[in-house]
Design a protein around this ligand. Sequence first.
Ligand code: PLP
Length: 411
Amino acid sequence: PTRSDIHYFGAGPALLPTDVLEDAAKALLNYSDTGLGIAEHSHRSEIASTIINEAKADLASYLDIPDNYEILFMQGGGSAEFSAMAYNFVGAWVARKHKELGPDDSSMQELKLAVKNFKIDYIITGGWSKKAAAEAERLFGSEHVNIVADSRELNDGKFGTIPEERTWNLSEDAAMVYYCDNETVDGVEFPQFPKSLEPKHDGPIVVADMSSNILSRKIPMQNFSAIFFGAQKNLGSTGVTVVIIKKSLLPQPSVALMKQLALPIPPRILEFETIAKSNSLYNTLSIFDVYIAGRVLKKLLQQYPDKVQGQQAVSELKAQLIYTALEARPDVYKIIPDKTVRSRMNICFRIEGGDAAEETFLKQGVTLGLTGLRGHRDVRGIRASNYNSVSLESAKKLASFIGTFASQRGN
Ligand code: PLP
């Protein structure tokens, strides 16, 4: 098959726009008539800084990110951010407490006491928030990790819901409250920003993993202390991870203070303050991946005059087409998550007849060019990932196949 025959619904990495890749192919050989390819230019060159700064400005414009936030390009994927967020926000919490209590000896005793009881809060709604919480337990000990809610408790040990906010057990003064806005494996997405996390005075510190739904809906950025996402699903190619963080939360306490408190400090490469000070060039960054992200953003800005809201409307329409086709045949398809928290990005369902029926569905799909639909190995079934680069035409084609496959199975 050729590229144009394929309607790809893989969970990540995702499709990239063909024209961006065609330009990138040329840029890899000779970027902007310099005779050197984009992946060969120094990350310290003016060319590199221009690419970074333009991508930051375009991302800020597209998502309407206020000036009091810094945009960082990091490495290590979303997974590195599980550790980075815990390290940096525990550091920021210590810095804040230290400032509140003051530097003298008696305050030091108070600080030591406070540190004994600090908490990092996690809302667990799927496999990725579960992993993030597990990483915080590895780094800081389970006594410091507070599980605010775990949707498996309500649902026979399975993900697929979001516990009601009135049941959440939020800590008084957590170093951060962490959640995953869209659970890629389980198909669960927060329908909106949780009411109980809305900012009051200085808190709570709210961090969200938006790896799989970034650039698909408007974000109330001021409600967040930080968000992060790998580029590879809705933004660009695999290799850069974006962190958007409130500038006031960047400063880390001194290494000496953290040692005195027997707390770990972030490895330099995961320290947001360091990455911010060097405009994301603390070490060699893949400028090629930032270039791709930048090109995708330019294209999105051109395509949608009302920016991310334009993309949001398309994402919702595509998801609606697919869910409507599934809902039309409840005798054949069972959508896994609860209707109120269904992801617009990762549409997860099972087919009556189980694994065998699903294999048939996948095989027939491939003959029509519908690929990448196999569910995650942990949950099986079918997963249609409806990222930005999936066209409306592809979504229509899938919806139509969902209908014809059901009618072949009788009735
Ligand atoms: N968070 C979410 C929601 C994801 O979907 C993924 C990967 O699919 C990750 C984190 C981990 O990202 P990475 O593979 O970039 O480390």
